[in-house]
Design a protein around this ligand. Structure first.
Ligand code: SF4
Length: 347
């Protein structure tokens, strides 16, 4: 059965026409959904005959909140969400002065194989649909009773490996009849699937593109990110230049600092040289240590030194504030530790 959350207003209008119903009903139905109504019978202004037709064709499928972990340090909340097929994903709510921000997942698992990431250890299980990605926001918004105004596609999954669903999600999340979140409040993070960056640029959206770079040379990058065997850094940067030309938007480069791997002053100089002249910003991320990985977090001192070197080279840089470090807030950690606990419990 089709999930009504996957439908745009235009698609639902079309369905109404095909089923000899008035088009204006589509808007009424969609507005119920965005109010969190899960049962067609609760849509009070919809005639019973139409409700029966809807019930025959659609379901309204929201994930269930399986667990919520709240950080005692900064109030970050991590949600473990369970879809009707039993698959689990994570969404993280961060509260800032400028509003609530959510980091959402786009796939169950991931097949990109980044060595520092817990989401990829069991590969990609499946893509999330546009409606499922959207439902992460709706469920969390409903739970906290507050609006979410910023969205980051940086949870489990590679958004550009689920391109069509993610593009439809962007349409749904920005729609005036939906959550009406401005494109400028959305960041899409990719490990660098070059052809899809060009496709995205051609859409001319006002979203922020973030590239998980994490290394300044192809050799170093190959050590931690298998995608580097497919696309070189120069190819990624060329695609970024195209994105910048098309959208006039600054690109963010994510750089996870791993002790002894990519965190020396020389590394910073090489990174600065690589990015010089590009309309960009570097976001340094002190890597979260995961049980399954040998990677260790850089010391505070080397993070500071790294940042200073970049600044001296004229590169804008921020060190990502650590959020929810006491609740396994890094990508894929919670789902994994939860699944492991369940396995242990069942043995
Ligand atoms: S960092 Fe992102 S792209 Fe890489 S394995 Fe994890 S979820 Fe996938």
């Amino acid at each position: 059965m089709k999930n009504l959350l996957d439908y745009t207003l235009e698609e639902l209008v079309l369905w109404m026409k095909e089923n000899n119903e008035s088009s204006f009903r589509a808007k009424q139905i969609i507005s119920w959904i965005y109010k969190g109504i899960k049962d067609f019978k609760d849509m009070r202004n919809i005639p019973k005959s139409l409700i029966s037709k809807l019930e025959e064709s659609f379901e309204i499928s929201f994930p269930e909140i399986e667990e919520v972990y709240k950080s005692n340090i900064d109030g970050t909340e991590k949600f473990l969400l369970k879809f009707s097929d039993g698959n689990l994903i994570e969404s993280v709510l961060m509260r800032y002065k400028h509003g609530n921000s959510i980091c959402i997942s786009t796939q169950v698992g991931c097949r990109m194989g980044c060595k520092f990431c817990a989401s990829t250890i069991d590969g990609r299980v499946r893509n999330l649909t546009a409606g499922e990605i959207l439902s992460e926001i709706l469920v969390v918004q409903d739970y906290i009773g507050e609006r979410i105004s910023n969205v980051v596609l940086m949870g489990s999954g590679e958004p550009l490996d689920n391109y069509d669903n993610v593009m439809k999600f962007l349409e749904l999340v920005c729609a005036e009849y939906g959550l009406n979140i401005g494109q400028r409040h959305i960041t899409l993070s990719t490990c660098g699937i070059v052809p899809k960056i060009y496709e995205l640029a051609d859409k001319n959206l006002n979203i922020t593109l973030a590239i998980s770079l994490h290394a300044f040379s192809d050799e170093k990058r190959k050590e931690i990110m298998p995608i580097a065997n497919k696309y070189t850094i120069e190819e990624i940067l060329e695609a970024c230049r195209y994105f910048i030309n098309k959208t006039n938007r600054r690109v963010t480069f994510e750089y996870a600092l791993v002790r002894g791997v990519n965190d020396t002053k020389e590394d910073a100089k090489a990174l600065g040289k690589l990015l010089k002249g590009l309309l960009c910003h570097v976001n340094l991320i002190p890597v979260n240590e995961i049980k399954e990985s040998l990677f260790k977090r850089s010391s505070k001192e080397s993070i500071q030194d790294f940042s200073n070197v970049l600044k001296k080279l004229g590169i804008e840089v921020t060190v990502r504030r650590e959020m929810g470090s006491d609740i396994n807030a890094a990508c894929g950690q919670l789902r994994r530790s939860y699944i492991n606990t369940q396995k242990i419990g069942g043995e």
